[in-house]
Design a protein around this ligand. Sequence first.
Ligand code: HSE
Length: 297
Amino acid sequence: RSAIAFAPASVGNVGIGFDILGHALSGAGDRVHVRLIDAPEVRISAIHGADRELPLDAASNTAGAALIALRDSLGCAEGFEIEIHKGIPFGSGMGGSAASAVAALVAANGLLRQPLPLAELYPMALSGEAVASGSRHGDNVAPMLLGGLVLAVGERAPIKLPVQAELYCAHAHPHCVVETRAARAALKGAYELGEFVQQSGHLALFLTGVARGERELIAAGLNDVLVEPRRAPLIPGFAGVKQAALEAGALGASISGAGPSVFAWCWGKASAERVGRAMVEAFAVADLKADLLVGPV
Ligand code: HSE
């Protein structure tokens, strides 16, 4: 027996929620085909569509590691064979490694005699994420599992946050690579207490704005003073792209996941389309071609 599942791309961090906040992004994703096998093991049979070589060794692959965690946690007698179809570019800031893990888990779960509720796959998805990035953060895997905007604090069950229908995301993926591990290394070093207080305030304003559907609070909150300044130098043209998004009417803009993609939150689809075009044009000024996705948060 076999099953196929799709996991969408995501916008990790949403700027101010480093490692704890993310939302799903329609228009791109990974598809994974999982077969039940008699051998008590997890193996990867093929990876299609990858723009660079990814590990075929199950324990070193995000999808493989997630299914090893699933077998270990449920004590499964059967094993899984995995075939991955990558739709998310490597090192794009769209949660590519997380998507393979989540799609593999959802497909394998569908083959179990008693499938788990999707939220219960979260700890195993974190095991997949950890293989790629070296840390068990849930800002990508949680929204991929639950959809929409999700708060994922450590190992706690992720919390889906209701959002206004008018909230749209414009997402520009420039054709260059930033490796998550390098982008995380850029964050090492001391932070001022004042910066931390400012960031906490922004996250609080942002979440309150989302809960109340108040644009002004979302705009005031979507301002990352801790992570963005240290990662911006890794992204050619970042300052110009962010400025273009804000001038075109975005509520706020920042780095998607570990970058180099840049996202902007906008009020209404027409605004998001206008903002997205401005971001792509601004990347062109930095000599980078960029792909645009526009969709509801
Ligand atoms: N929260 C993560 C980061 C997302 O910004 O490093 C990428 O895995």
